[in-house]
Design a protein around this ligand. Structure first.
Ligand SMILES: NC(=O)c1ccc[n+]([C@@H]2O[C@H](COP(=O)([O-])OP(=O)(O)OC[C@H]3O[C@@H](n4cnc5c(N)ncnc54)[C@H](O)[C@@H]3O)[C@@H](O)[C@H]2O)c1
Length: 248
């Protein structure tokens, strides 16, 4: 098992891709802390995943809350090996209609969150000899999609933060990479595209694999970036989009 004995924190792990990542990490032998603002859903997901999973209430925008979660893990397990900065808010709004309040809301969760997370976990990871951080960006951080104003901006910036952190933390044994999902099944996608639209084959004409991805397919890539299988990879983007941005 590739993550045997590792301790991982997955933000936004209460549902969607984060929950699939939690399940995949546990299958590989890790203990997983699901850190989410969604308390009922987070507790229920952790309970479904069994004794290798636990829930910690965390608003990723709150620096003190990060410190509390990391100290609790340090006390409980004496180690912290993996952070997946997965929590995010999605929003579609044209540039000229976007408000500063909405921009700030997305910046807080999608960018300040991962920034605080990296700073909170790095000392603990370094003390244990190293670790792996996976920042979940989006193909909206590879392209200039119309109306992905605040969301796209945060996802582009997260790729930059990944490279900066990779450069700074390499000498502590910490690798930092970016996972870049395309259209993945789940509530975030259905909020952007109506079900009947993406059931049509033409909806996928720009995607060589001609379908949406599954959360388990993103989770498999997250396991790779978190595990020693990617031991010589840092500061990189791993695109999981069925080929959409390779050809579009
Ligand atoms: N679904 C897609 O098609 C898609 C495509 C590209 C990238 N992504 C990225 O993948 C990641 C997961 O997407 P998903 O579709 O599973 O999302 P989702 O909306 O299903 O889940 C997001 C989770 O983040 C949590 N969250 C929101 N704000 C938070 C906060 N302040 N603190 C802690 N937790 C918070 C939510 O409670 C929720 O559990 C996100 O980073 C998203 O931007 C998704």
């Amino acid at each position: 098992m590739r993550l045997e004995g590792r301790v991982a924190v997955i933000t936004g792990g209460a549902q969607g891709q984060g929950a699939a990542e939690a399940a995949a990490f546990i299958d590989e032998g890790a203990r997983v802390v699901i850190a989410d603002v969604s308390v009922d859903q987070g507790r229920s997901t952790a309970a479904d995943l069994g004794p290798q999973a636990e829930f910690a209430e965390l608003d990723v925008t709150d620096e003190d809350a990060w410190d509390a979660v990391v100290s609790r893990i340090a006390k409980q397990y004496g180690r912290l090996d993996i952070l997946v900065n997965n929590a995010a808010l999605y929003r579609v709004c044209p540039l000229l209609e976007e408000t500063v309040a909405q921009l700030d809301r997305l910046l807080a969760v999608n960018l300040r969150g991962p920034f605080l997370g990296i700073r909170a976990v790095a000392p603990q990871m370094a003390a244990g000899g190293g670790g792996a951080i996976v920042n979940v960006s989006s193909t909206a951080g590879l392209r200039g999609y119309p109306s992905h104003t605040s969301y796209g901006l945060t996802k582009w910036a997260l790729r930059g933060l990944t490279r900066i952190a990779a450069a700074e933390l390499a000498d502590k044994g910490i690798r930092v990479n970016c996972l870049i999902p395309g259209a993945i099944e789940g509530p975030m996608l259905t909020s952007a595209v109506r079900d009947e639209e993406f059931a049509q084959p033409e909806a996928w004409s720009g995607t060589p694999l001609a379908r949406a991805g599954r959360p388990t397919e993103v989770a498999a890539a997250a396991v790779f970036l978190a595990s020693p299988d990617s031991s010589y990879i840092t500061g990189a983007d791993l695109v999981v989009d069925g080929g959409a941005t390779a050809t579009g």
